[in-house]
Design a protein around this ligand. Structure first.
Ligand code: FMN
Length: 277
């Protein structure tokens, strides 16, 4: 059930909700919009977002709980500062992130788009330093055992994974960068945009987290470690069998403060012409 409802006192019968409805499930029935057949609704909520008078409620969402975009968007300058100022953080305070702050970041990141609005991502978070330490220790221990017993699977990063435990025992943490937390994203194996959805999600997560003063770093090393060497840990993290691990990101309160953006100059862009010659 979509629970699509129209406040007929507010509705001005402009038809914008019907016009912007991609699967065309909204029909103007007399003066007001209606969804006679709910089956093909994409649940994108464009109808609620586009309504100029806030007359539409759907799926438990309504205009009163929405934020007006006009006057509330960050300026392009603010967006550029965030996007140019975000950094890979590899130095963290050993403390838990405030749960309310983390909740906020996760809730906002969950607004990232997914292909066909499938929204089937599974977000796995280690949000406790004690758990993270136990996980980290177990990963290095497994890598050490595999190397010692000559059972490290053939993979392009074999040498790195073989040498990582020794660095860990020396006080370095080449995989987890001493981060107090991590987020792992996975998607249903049959999701229409299985690989892309998770990467987009983590891009949103990173920008929101860094705008809240948290540090993040994409962690290909953890992703590859889990995918290529220790896949048996994936279900133990609570990731369902029906899902595929998409990527990993470390995060926490940063122990390094970056002071400024770096200005890399103009982007290299190749403008094509069509028809091609
Ligand atoms: C897909 C991806 C995977 C990455 N994996 C790791 C990683 O495993 N460990 C790490 O320390 N940094 C990792 N990074 C961070 C990059 O090294 C970093 O983005 C690059 O050095 C530029 O620094 P910046 O992010 O501060 O601009 C990764 C970045 C991306 C985009």
């Amino acid at each position: 059930m979509l629970h699509f409802s129209v406040d007929t006192k507010a509705c001005v019968s402009c038809g914008r909700c019907a016009e912007d409805c991609l699967p065309q499930v909204i029909q103007m029935e007399g003066k007001y919009p209606a969804i006679p057949n709910e089956e093909h609704c994409m649940r994108c909520l464009h109808c609620l977002a586009v309504c100029p008078t806030g007359a539409i409620s759907i799926l438990g969402c309504n205009a009163a709980e929405s934020k007006l975009l006009k006057g509330n968007l960050p300026t392009p300058e603010q967006m550029a500062t965030l996007m140019k100022g975000r950094r890979s953080v590899r130095s963290y305070k050993k403390e838990n992130v405030n749960p309310a702050l983390l909740r906020r970041v996760l809730d906002v990141a969950a607004h990232a788009p997914t292909g066909v609005n499938a929204r089937r991502l599974w977000v796995t978070v280690i949000d406790d330093t004690t758990c993270m330490d136990a996980f980290r220790e177990e990963v290095y221990q497994h890598l050490e055992d595999l190397t010692r017993t000559n059972r490290m699977p053939e993979n392009p990063r074999r040498q790195f994974f073989a040498s990582a435990p020794e660095l860990w025992r020396k006080g370095l943490d080449p995989i987890f960068r001493h981060a107090p937390h991590c987020v792992l994203i996975s998607n249903a194996k049959d999701a229409p945009c299985r690989e892309q959805d998770g990467l987009i999600y983590l891009s949103y997560f990173e920008l929101m987290a860094q705008s809240c003063g948290l540090g993040t770093v994409w962690c290909g090393l953890l992703y590859w470690c889990l995918r290529l060497v220790l896949p048996e840990l994936i279900p133990r993290l609570g990731i369902p069998e029906s899902h595929e691990l998409g990527y990993a990101m470390l995060f926490g309160a940063p122990a390094v403060q970056y002071q400024r953006t770096v200005e890399r100059g103009a982007a290299e862009v190749h403008h094509t012409i069509w028809p091609a010659r």
